[in-house]
Design a protein around this ligand. Structure first.
Ligand code: ZN
Length: 265
């Protein structure tokens, strides 16, 4: 995917296309970033520590970095728009790298954990321990659910998805001694049926990786996040977090949906 023509086009559009921002007075909206692992691991979703630090500093210049609940409840009335930083799967690097980097700039993030370590999507990486998750939470981090077995919600039967989101989640909440109020769709995949089950299971909101700014009009079970991968350089990132950059990103990250749409016709 990294070397595909469309991905190259995406990166160059991101690099130069955002120059269009100077033409308009497009107002920035609130955004939520989605990371996975941090560090020098050979994985598209492992972002170097130094790159992450640069990105957080750039983010802080344009946005107020707040928690997911504060962002959704509009607790912060500032001149700058709000941004939240989230991590999927719950790798140990969230504790070892993201936590201190964000702490240094007075911010905290959100981590969406998976219940079963046997279902780790990247077996070469360690997942957070219960103790590490608890400590993050004590220090202002929000903890959300990302399913027990990291299965694509759209391929699960209604019953098994409900079991995961209700029963497995409750068992994990007991282990942690805290509530998991928000859900991140594995692989960013969702549909109307999945949304209904997520709601029924009692979640206060659910997050996609649709790559756009937050649009509350779409509903609280379709909250868009912007995935940041290893190939995003400083210049890409600077442009990515602008209104035009987010539109370009949204178009390219929704390829699977457009493909689905045309295949069904
Ligand atoms: Zn995941």
């Amino acid at each position: 995917m990294k070397n595909s023509l469309s991905y190259k086009l995406y990166l160059s559009l991101l690099k130069y296309g955002s120059i269009l921002n100077v033409l308009g007075t497009v107002k920035s909206k609130d955004i939520i970033l989605c990371y996975h692992d941090l560090g020098s691991n050979v994985w598209d979703f492992s972002v170097d520590k130094s790159e992450f630090e640069v990105q957080m500093n750039l983010l802080q210049k344009k946005y107020n970095i707040v928690g997911i609940s504060d962002l959704l409840n509009k607790q912060h009335k500032n001149t700058k728009p709000n941004a939240a930083v989230s991590f999927d799967d719950g790798y140990e690097s969230v504790y070892k790298i993201a936590y201190p980097v964000l702490k240094k700039i007075g911010a905290a993030g959100t981590v969406f954990v998976i219940g079963s370590s046997k279902s780790n999507p990247n077996m070469s990486l360690k997942l957070l321990s219960i103790e590490q998750i608890k400590e993050l939470h004590k220090n202002g981090w929000e903890i959300g659910w990302h399913t027990n077995k990291h299965v694509s919600s759209v391929n699960e039967s209604k019953d098994s998805l409900y079991m995961d989101l209700k029963i497995s989640k409750s068992a994990y909440e007991k282990k942690l001694g805290l509530k998991l109020n928000y859900f991140a769709y594995p692989f960013g995949k969702y549909n109307k049926n999945v949304e209904t089950i997520v709601k029924k299971a009692g979640f206060l909101g659910a997050f996609t990786v649709d790559g756009d700014a937050i649009d509350l009009a779409k509903g609280i079970y379709r909250l868009s996040r912007v995935t940041v991968s290893k190939s995003i350089t400083k210049q890409h990132f600077e442009n990515l977090i602008t209104p035009i950059g987010l539109k370009i990103n949204h178009f390219f990250t929704n390829g699977w949906k457009y493909a689905d749409y045309f295949l069904k016709r």
